[in-house]
Design a protein around this ligand. Structure first.
Ligand code: FAD
Ligand code: NAI
Length: 463
């Protein structure tokens, strides 16, 4: 192949496609290689976007069923699952086509096929064409983690991918893993009528999120009909003619029980994906968890080969990968690209939503940080009262001496949007006092964030 590229990016998920666009903006000649039929990676094809389309549609279905009547709106919703799946597909198509457009606009050359790194500067596609390139970026993402004894068939025992395309609402859905995927996709099917049981290995849901938030959220989900079996593990899944029989036992070992399910969702985490990439032949090092090992500038041990996104250390989140993509492109252009890993928000798109940025109370305690917490309930927020969505609270954590905000945790309506004002504040090194003295429009849910900041100094107005 005659062309030589400045940068060739393997994988067009959020990390790869954003890196490609930023590199092109900075004047580089960019190629991307993607083995999927459409760009956008896990996130756009089988992750963020389809899950949010189904969460949106199922939430409205649930509201029409349970909340409209008390507002004086008389409708009796019925479910057309085929149409709901079409709605989801339109959301995917709209987003993936958007990337085709952006690649054209930025004069990025897309190649279709599986890429293998032959050496620094050389990438082969499907064992045939070889691309010559100054820099290679690995952005190959992640894949579903398996569980011994539970074989995914994507029909009755599904990963998140199969759970986004079930053909009917299962009467009983068992979710293995009370993480983000389990609770989001469990919520979709619970709202559409499934009885959902979640089996979790640990003694809590949503590990990594603030414990007070997680415990309160578990109570809300239980009220919505979820059943939780914490400190439990699935040891086997046996398919009968129309059921899946799951053997479940205490995490610490003990007597086993059997749970019958119509469908099982395996959601116990994701693992970095590097199959067929030729890393060993190219001499690229991986860490103990199979992630591509990188230094502070996303550089691997082989000069000219870099990696970003789910395939490297850090949270497996689309926006984390996107920011790494931008930072790496800027570094390759000689600029000072940087990602602030202390301020990466994370959101669970359930009802209510869960959002956090910065440190949890547990992390601050473990690090021996002297901190103050300010908490404000949505029950005392005018807008939440008007909307009758008063479940949850905002909690702001600030350094006891300097008042600098170290973390924020929101369980409540639109938490995923509200968290960003605290993220911006933290990015600028702001204090709880700064947030508390910023005028917030009334009546808004954001006033609960301001009140939580006031509560850090013990002077919330409405509680
Ligand atoms: P990916 O998106 O996985 O993209 C990697 C791409 O590389 C793929 O398209 C793959 O086909 C391609 N590829 C791999 N190997 C090769 C090769 N050798 N040659 C060519 N191409 C190759 N994150 C959020 O932030 N918010 C959410 O709401 C959210 N929801 C999610 C819901 C679900 C159900 C799932 C599964 C994940 C969700 N995530 C969410 C996580 C998010 O999808 C990932 O963090 C994100 O997609 C990672 O981006 P990436 O670019 O690193 O990798
Ligand atoms: P996760 O890491 O969020 O949760 C997995 C859960 O399974 C944990 O609670 C863990 O303790 C539990 N677990 C592990 N082994 C188990 C076992 N053998 N039996 C029972 N429970 C077990 O992983 P999940 O939910 O699969 O999501 C994968 C990734 O995708 C996450 O890193 C997440 O960041 C990302 N994602 C992000 C979303 C968002 O930002 N809204 C939405 C969906 C996924």
């Amino acid at each position: 192949m005659a062309d030589t590229y400045d940068v060739t990016i393997i994988g067009t998920g959020p990390a790869g496609y954003v890196c490609a666009i930023r590199a092109a903006q900075l004047g580089m000649k960019v190629a991307v290689i993607e083995k999927r039929a459409t760009h956008g990676g896990t996130c756009l094809n089988v992750g963020c976007i389809p899950s949010k389309a189904l969460l949106h549609a199922s939430e409205l279905f649930g509201e029409a069923k349970h909340s409209f009547a008390r507002m004086g709106i008389g409708v009796t919703p019925s479910l057309d699952l085929v149409q709901m799946m079409k709605f989801k597909q339109e959301a995917i198509d709209g987003n993936t086509k958007g990337i085709d457009f952006l690649f054209k606009k930025n004069k990025i050359t897309p190649f279709r096929g599986t890429a293998k790194i032959l050496s620094a500067g050389k990438v082969q596609i499907d064992g045939k064409d070889i691309i010559e390139t100054k820099n290679i970026v690995i952005a190959t993402g992640s894949d579903v983690a398996g569980l011994k004894g539970v074989e995914v068939d994507e029909k009755r025992i599904v990963s998140s991918t199969g759970a986004l395309m079930l053909e009917k609402v299962p009467e009983n859905l068992v979710v293995i893993g009370a993480g983000v995927i389990g609770l989001e996709l469990g919520s979709v099917w619970a709202r559409l009528g499934a009885k959902v049981t979640v089996v979790e290995y640990l003694d809590r849901i949503l590990p990594g999120m603030d414990l007070e938030v997680a415990k309160t959220f578990q109570r809300f989900l239980t009220k919505q009909g979820f059943t939780f079996k914490l400190s439990s593990k699935v040891t086997a899944a046996q398919k009968t003619k129309d059921k899946v029989k799951l053997s479940v036992e205490p995490a610490a070992g003990g007597a086993s029980e059997t749970i019958d399910a119509d469908a099982v969702l395996l959601a116990i985490g994701r693992i970095p994906y590097t199959n067929g990439l030729g890393l060993d032949e190219a001499g690229v090092k991986r860490d103990a968890k199979g992630r591509v090992e990188v230094g502070p500038h996303f550089e691997t041990n082989v000069p000219g080969i870099y990696a970003i996104g789910d395939v490297i250390r850090g949270p497996m989140l689309a926006h984390k990968g996107e920011d790494e993509g931008v930072a790496l492109a800027e570094l390759l252009a000689g600029q000072a690209g940087h990602v602030n890993y202390d301020v990466i928000p994370s959101v669970v798109y359930t009802t209510p939503e869960v959002a956090q940025v910065g440190k949890t109370e547990e992390e601050l305690k473990a690090q021996g940080v002297d901190y103050k917490a300010g908490k404000f309930l949505f029950l005392a927020n005018g807008r939440a009262k008007a909307n009758q969505t008063t479940d949850g609270f905002v909690k702001i954590l600030a350094d006891a001496k300097t008042d600098r905000v170290l973390g924020a945790h929101i369980l409540g309506p639109q938490a995923g949007e509200l968290i960003h004002e605290v993220a911006v504040l933290m990015e600028f090194g702001g204090s709880a006092e700064d947030l508390a003295r910023t005028c917030h429009a009334h009546p808004t849910l954001a006033e609960a964030v301001k009140e939580a900041a006031l509560a850090v100094a013990g002077r919330a107005i409405h509680s």
